[in-house]
Design a protein around this ligand. Structure first.
Ligand code: GLU
Length: 295
């Protein structure tokens, strides 16, 4: 049996908030409960969105919650040569193509699951007089199926639902979908546990894994915690701050959101004790099979 490797991949666009603590905790417990390793990656590619100092603050917060990771933190910033090589390989194999369309032109098509479907203008080669702005992955018409360990079967037909998607943006930044796939493979990740807001990205990531000839990890998408108004508890929507004076209680609250049944005594326990209980009692089967859960 392959050794289990989990990971947490925060974007340093702000401090760790209680919503991202749920993703950190669930991926940690899923790995540790199986005696596996838990790795950390900073998704710091999208430089315009990176907040100076946020990466260090995220690491401090994880240490504060005793969420100890294995190995060195992987910074995507140092992975650019690998991304560049993969894009060249995909283009060479005819699986990706240069696109000269402006944002507006690219968005003139029929609407799919995540916005307009690319109309295919540059699919067969750049029209005369056009120069390459972005690079797109050429999607096929087959059904891509995710057997999600929490949400069950989730399927998309990428040509109908998503369209040829960008893997290198016009500003030169490698898109999240490709970087994630390459880094999960590079880090040997076998279990991806993350927020259910990323479930609809997963078929794109699986298609890229097939194109690049790398393994598909097991996926588990845990519900995103929303406030009573239905807003995601996150950095962009006014996070409920982490209350550092009570790390054990915060972790216990996350366990409850994740459908676990921590004993009352854990509310006053140290972070270390809560995590130990979590590792011993973690059950993915108890995680609510919904995309969202109310705080
Ligand atoms: N960096 C992404 C985020 O913070 C998560 C990426 C992933 O888990 O695949 O939303």
């Amino acid at each position: 049996m392959t050794a289990v490797v989990g990971r947490f991949a925060p974007s340093p666009s702000g401090a760790l908030h209680i919503g991202s603590l749920v993703a950190a905790l669930s991926s940690f417990l899923q790995a540790r409960a199986q005696g596996g390793r838990w790795l950390l990656r900073m998704d710091d590619l999208d430089t315009p969105r990176v907040e100076p100092g946020a990466a260090a603050r995220i690491l401090d917060a994880l240490r504060f919650f005793q969420l100890e990771w294995d190995d060195e933190v992987l910074y995507q910033d140092g992975r650019r040569p690998a991304y560049r090589l993969a894009i060249e390989r995909l283009k060479h194999a005819g699986l990706a193509f240069d696109c000269g369309c402006t944002r507006r032109e690219a968005r003139s098509g029929r609407v799919g699951i995540e916005g307009p479907i690319y109309p295919g203008t540059c699919r067969a080669g750049l029209p005369a007089g056009r120069h390459a702005r972005s690079v797109r992955f050429r999607v096929g018409g087959q059904l891509v199926r995710v057997a999600d360990a929490v949400q069950g079967i989730y399927e998309q037909r990428l040509d109908r639902d998503i369209g040829d998607f960008v893997i290198r943006r016009a500003d030169g930044i490698v898109a999240y979908q490709l970087a994630t796939v390459l880094d999960d493979a590079y880090q040997g990740v076998t279990e991806v546990v993350r927020g259910a807001d990323l479930l609809s990205s997963t078929p794109r990531q699986i298609a890229l894994q097939h194109a690049l000839g790398v393994d598909t990890p097991r996926y588990a998408h845990v519900p995103v915690v929303v406030d009573p108004a239905g807003e995601k508890l996150g950095k962009s929507t006014g996070a409920i701050p982490l209350r550092p004076e009570k790390p054990g209680a915060q972790l216990t609250r996350c366990l409850v959101w994740l459908g676990q049944r921590p004993p009352e005594t854990l509310w006053d326990a140290s972070a270390r004790r809560v995590l130990n209980w979590g590792v011993d009692n973690w059950s993915l089967d108890r995680v609510p099979k919904t995309l969202e859960t109310k705080a």
